[in-house]
Design a protein around this ligand. Structure first.
Ligand code: RIB
Ligand code: CA
Length: 330
């Protein structure tokens, strides 16, 4: 077997982050060195507790590092961050939301995060490395932006940075922006302009990486803790997307597994399609396009391209890799 790919995951565990983590921790082709958590879907205390719960489910001895509790600056102005997409709705007397405070499918964690902060862990680990670590960031990019500002030397030590974020013809949290970039636009712009080798997996790809009832049934018939938890998280997400965010590129009764696609892109890059080398900037002006990923598609432009962005995905390949890997759990 070829050498494992060393990865660090940066997460804001929520439902789809949890499925992405299970995939990464179970995949024999990846060596997860550590997991950093950040404020995003939930406060960082919640994203950290949920991350610990998933690590314990997999009985994985992976260190978890608590990260930034707030975006760099975007929440300092009360009138900024006016999301136009709901966080929850009440349907048939039941509150439906994207991410519950805690992954209640799993028991409270018995382990704790490491004493070092996520930012210090990133800096220490990357500087001590041979430049052979891939970072998979599926959350607001606050941790990475702070680490890059604190010690710019880490940029040259990151082998590759795979980011779930942004959108070209797709958005979610506002008419212009995707959540991870919108939550901390300044951090996203710092990271995208860092000079790292970046693969961006935006909503144009992840909205096509959807799973539905068939995948949920497959997971449940595994009769394993991983299968049951993944099916429950998927069912919960399907309910949320049906109620709050029906997609124009996915059938009803499905949910996009955003973060799992970013992990799959490290394992099997062919799951992505229409990958282009483009200039991408993030608007942080605080206006109607705040947090928007602005992709320059002009044939001649004065700004050099800075990311490889995937605008499509091979859903069947993605689902096969995801289910095969989750099915490997005992
Ligand atoms: O916009 C999708 C992203 O926002 C995913 O990472 C999901 O977990 C949420 O954080
Ligand atoms: Ca996420």
């Amino acid at each position: 077997m070829s050498e494992k790919t060393k990865v660090i995951l940066d997460v804001d565990t929520g439902s789809d982050d949890a499925i992405a983590m299970m995939l990464a921790l179970l995949c024999p082709r990846l060596e997860v060195l550590g997991i950093t958590t950040v404020n995003g879907n939930l406060p960082v205390s919640n994203t950290t507790e949920n991350t610990l719960r998933v690590v314990e489910l997999l009985n994985a001895q992976i260190p978890v590092y608590l990260g930034c509790a707030a975006p760099l600056v975007s929440e300092l102005l009360p009138q900024r961050h006016l999301r136009s997409a709901p966080l929850s709705v009440v349907t048939n007397g039941k509150t439906v939301c994207y991410h519950r405070e805690y992954l209640t499918e799993l028991p409270a964690a018995t382990t704790k995060p490491q004493p070092r902060s996520a930012v210090c862990y990133l800096i220490d680990t990357l500087l001590a490395s041979q430049g052979d670590i891939t970072i998979v960031a599926v959350a607001p990019l606050t941790n990475l932006a702070v680490a890059m500002r604190a010690d710019p030397r880490i940029v040259k030590k990151i082998k590759r940075l795979v980011i779930m974020g942004g959108g070209h013809l797709q958005s979610n949290v506002t008419s212009a922006a995707e959540f991870n970039f919108w939550k901390d636009p300044e951090a996203a712009q710092i990271v995208l302009q860092s000079g790292c080798d970046i693969l961006l997996v935006p909503l144009d790809a992840t909205h096509r990486a959807y799973a539905g009832a068939a995948e949920s049934r497959f997971l449940r018939q595994l009769h394993t803790p991983v299968g049951d938890v993944a099916a429950s998280l998927l069912d919960f997400s399907i309910e949320a997307y049906n109620a709050m965010e029906p997609l124009d590129c996915a059938p009803a009764n499905t949910a996009p597994l955003h973060d799992a696609l970013a992990v799959c892109a490290v394992i099997e890059p062919q799951v992505l399609g229409n990958v282009q080398f483009r200039r991408v900037d993030v608007d942080f002006s605080g206006g109607v396009c705040d947090g928007m990923a602005v992709i320059d598609r002009r044939m001649c432009t004065d700004k050099p391209a800075n990311v490889h962005i995937a605008l499509d995905c091979d859903r069947e390949r993605f689902i096969r890799l995801l289910l095969d890997t989750l099915a490997s759990a005992k």
